[in-house]
Design a protein around this ligand. Sequence first.
Ligand SMILES: [Zn+2]
Length: 340
Amino acid sequence: MRGVVLHAPGDVRVEDRPDPRIEKPTDAIIRLAATCVCGSDLWPYRGIEAVDGASPMGHEYVGVVEEVGSQVRDILPGQFVVGSFFASDNSCEICRAGYQSRCVHAELMGAIGTQAQYARVPLADGTLVATSDVPTPDLVPSLLAASDVLGTGWFAAVAAEAGPGKTVAVVGDGAVGLLGVLAAHELGAERIIIFSRHGDRQQLAKEFGASDVIVERGDEGVARLKELTNGLGAHSTIEAVGTQESMMQAIRATRPGGHIGYVGVSHNVQLPGDEVFFSAVHLHGGPAPVRRFLPDLIARITSGAINPGKVFDLTLPLEQAADGYRAMDERRAIKTLLRP
Ligand SMILES: [Zn+2]
């Protein structure tokens, strides 16, 4: 099969990779209907995260089940399925508490590499959620978004306790931040304020339900947010970047007693204990347990209630994956969908 491999920072190639096969009786093999490039794929692409030899890429996926192992009961060949970036059994204590991304049997799909024509999905019964019918092509981008960026934005909004009567601040205008806006809106937030300096992203944020945009960043951005919230700060803040600056911006933008849902993958963030202590905020985040939300998100998408697939502003054949990475790296695209 063909698949995307990162050889070194900036060096993305589409090449022949071995066809996946059932390795454990709980595995399934899927044929990808669509896959995409994640903001987190840019960390190794930019050389900020070490590249350890040739690495298959991709952890977002939707597709049709080709084959299942002998112990797979609920997932059947021919079904259209959505999964997330951690395979999980969905049955251990951690999973049953709703934290499937930290399942005691979790396996990272990024190590398997779903930017490819086929992929092996471990723990298929726990990991995959089948749609009731094979979806029409217009729904595929939104279902793909549910696989990571929507599920992650949704978790951030839930962790930040976004809801009726709440003012929500969103740090980060990438796909996760934008879909955090959509999630906060769906959860009934009263006011949603996004920090963004990019016109196209501001526009999409407004379509997803943002009421205000702040173009300033860092402490200037926080000062502007305080002006908009009677000097108090947001009740709920979504952090969707993962840098020192963005985490401190999120903590400083949140009122005492408020909640922060942080889902930007942390890169060398060092929190100052004294400032965190006196901020009196709740911090809840980490790798999003997307699996917890998939059935609900799939229902909202197939009913037409939400259209998170709008974050894909570039669609390319898998063979042109390198162009897709470049466009995201140069911020010419919010998110690239790849068609295998
Ligand atoms: Zn588990």
